[in-house]
Design a protein around this ligand. Structure first.
Ligand SMILES: [Zn+2]
Length: 486
């Protein structure tokens, strides 16, 4: 029976988030939970492979990770590898690819894990990695793995399917041992996720090209890595990875990777904000005036799925400043403010309350004085395949207004209906729902009469080319647009 080390590590580390990420902000799992998240159980059973689980660690998007927190996670993987070193046949891992760790020489946590694993396991055992396309790939990273492939679709509706696909490629590599070396080409583009949605161009054409490339004899896999746009790191950027089936197709894989990269560069000007992206004032006006129902409006500068703290009051204030709200009902889901949430939780539904909302950490989170009644108390759930309680919510109906504000004691994005239900809410009771995201996720997008992305200021400000980077490898598009026009 073959034995395989498995692990799953997710973190998107945003340089503009002033709080370092602690271990308690990670969702940790062991044993079966690792297997569940690597999606390899049935396949391993069928092929008589024993999984040696290490850790499932999912920190979502936040600030840079504290070194101790990261080393706790990495050590679990590394120590397990050491312990089973002589019996292992390979490693299959999910590494999101956008982690950064305070004071770590490698900067990216994934690089650290891979370097240590190679020290222990050598280069003869296959290491195969599934990635999120919003992770970064580099030459060194590629050298350390035998197969790398990311999810193709953004939003990532093909997440599970991609895991299973890569697991199959891995099992085939175990059964038919051969040299396997990915070809990587850096693409000097960093536009961020909101300008790289699969349904939009040029991503739709890029993905078509990737699908066609995977059909070519001699090519095992092809992926386009969008990269992570909100870390000030030399590792950030886009890239193409093509893996040949066998070494005889190495040069074919290299040629295809180059071809795809050239296509992307030729189409760089077609990257654009998805859906209906508007500057803040126009977005607020459109949400109020449109006849379409319901409106889902995203506060893209405070995108909890992209590393913000979801505590900005900026957009709420914008709405409260308006003369007319057009007889509509508004729901802000949610604003993170643990202290205020705690105080409000001491009240009962129907109680009148007066409070100051806003953590006052930066210009976007300055407090706003609010008055109203407690509408609902509820549970704050995470999103994704395994909903989990991460906190509480209190929804307050503001006095004399049809404006409802969900105050939470943890950051999250309300992107699935189960989260509204957990908070005691039904989105259908409202006309305009304001959420802490960039692009909308599938459930909301499907029902939205009008989806608007407000290009608000904040930690996840979407016009990344106007943010100040010191470490990013230049030139890069669109930050150095003028150099590419020449
Ligand atoms: Zn992603």
């Amino acid at each position: 029976m073959k034995k395989v080390l498995i692990a799953s590590f997710t973190a998107e580390s945003n340089s503009w988030n002033p709080f370092n990420q602690k271990l308690e902000q990670f969702r940790l799992g062991y044993d079966e939970e690792v297997t569940d998240n690597v999606f390899c159980r049935e396949l391993f059973e069928e092929n008589d492979i024993e999984a040696i689980p290490t850790i499932y660690a999912n920190g979502g998007a936040a600030g840079y990770i504290e070194k101790d927190a990261f080393l706790f996670i990495a050590d679990k993987i590394i120590e397990t590898a050491k312990k089973h070193k002589d019996e292992l046949d390979g490693a299959l891992m999910f590494l999101h690819g956008a982690s950064h760790v305070v004071g770590l020489q490698e900067d990216a946590g994934e690089l650290y894990i891979l370097e240590r694993l190679r020290e222990i396991l050598g280069y003869d055992l296959p290491i195969v990695i599934t990635m999120d396309p919003h992770g970064n790939v580099t030459n060194r990273y590629t050298e350390l793995a035998n197969i790398i492939r990311c999810y193709r679709e953004s939003p990532h509706w093909d997440r599970e399917q991609s895991h299973r696909h890569v697991a199959k490629l891995f099992v085939d590599l175990l059964e038919n041992p051969r040299e396997s070396k990915p070809e990587y080409v850096r693409v000097p583009i960093l536009v961020g996720g909101q300008r790289s949605v699969s349904a939009d161009e040029p991503m739709a054409s890029i993905n078509k090209m990737l699908n066609e490339t995977e059909e070519i004899k001699g090519i095992l896999s092809a992926s386009y890595h969008i990269g992570y746009s909100h870390a000030d790191s030399a590792l950030c950027g886009a890239g193409v990875i093509v893996v040949p089936e066998t070494p005889e197709y190495q040069s074919l894989a290299a040629a295809k990777a180059k071809e795809i990269a050239v296509f992307v560069m030729k189409n760089k000007e077609r990257f654009h904000f998805t859906g209906y992206a508007l500057e803040t004032d126009e977005a607020v006006k459109e949400a109020i005036e449109t006849e379409k129902w319901p409106v889902f409006l995203t506060d893209a500068g405070d995108n909890a799925t992209g590393g913000s703290y979801a505590y900005n009051t900026f957009l709420l204030k914008k709405f409260l400043e308006q003369d007319k709200l057009n007889n509509k009902k508004y729901l802000f889901a949610s604003i993170n403010h643990p202290e205020v949430c705690k105080e409000l939780l001491e009240n009962n539904e129907g109680d009148e309350v007066k409070f100051s909302l806003g953590m006052d950490i930066d210009d976007e989170s300055t407090p706003v004085e609010l008055e109203g009644t407690i509408y609902k108390k509820g549970i704050l759930n995470t999103f994704y395949a395994f909903p989990q309680k991460i906190g509480e919510t209190v929804t307050v109906k503001l006095k004399d207004l049809e404006v409802y504000v969900v105050i939470a004691n943890h950051l999250t994005a309300f992107r699935e209906f189960q989260q509204f239900e957990a908070a005691g809410l039904n989105y259908e009771d409202f006309d305009v729902i304001i959420v802490k995201q960039g692009y909308l996720y599938t459930e909301e997008l499907e029902v939205a009469g009008r989806d608007i992305m407000a290009l608000t200021p904040g930690m996840t400000y979407q016009n990344v080319e106007f943010l100040e980077f010191r470490h990013l490898v230049r030139p890069i598009y669109p930050h150095d647009k003028d150099m590419f026009d020449a």
